[in-house]
Design a protein around this ligand. Structure first.
Ligand SMILES: [Zn+2]
Length: 82
C-alpha cells in the first residue's frame, strides 16, 4: 500500500517537499452542480501556496466535458479524478 500523501517539487517556488493532498471540489451550482472527488492539490510549506497543476486542471476540464458519460448516479453527480 502506497501512502496517500506524497511530496513533489513546488511549481511556484521550485523547492522540494510540497505536499500533495487529495480534495473534493464542487463546480457550478444548483442543478448544474458537479462534485469531483480525489483531486490532487499541491500545498507548499515554503511559499504557502495551494494549487492544482496545469495537468490536473486539464484533467478536470476533461472530466467536466465527459460528465454525462462518467458520472455515477447520485443526488449530486460525483466524479473521481482517477
Ligand atoms: Zn512553493
Amino acid at each position: 500500500m502506497k501512502n496517500e500523501e506524497s511530496t513533489t517539487v513546488c511549481d511556484i517556488c521550485g523547492q522540494p517537499g510540497a505536499r500533495v493532498r487529495h480534495v473534493s471540489e464542487a463546480h457550478g451550482s444548483g442543478a448544474d452542480m458537479l462534485v469531483i472527488d480525489h483531486i490532487p492539490m499541491v500545498s507548499c510549506p515554503h511559499c504557502g501556496e495551494s494549487y492544482f497543476t496545469a495537468e490536473t486542471l486539464r484533467e478536470i476540464e476533461n472530466l467536466k466535458r465527459n460528465r454525462h458519460s462518467l458520472a455515477v448516479e447520485r443526488p449530486v453527480e460525483v466524479l473521481s479524478y482517477h
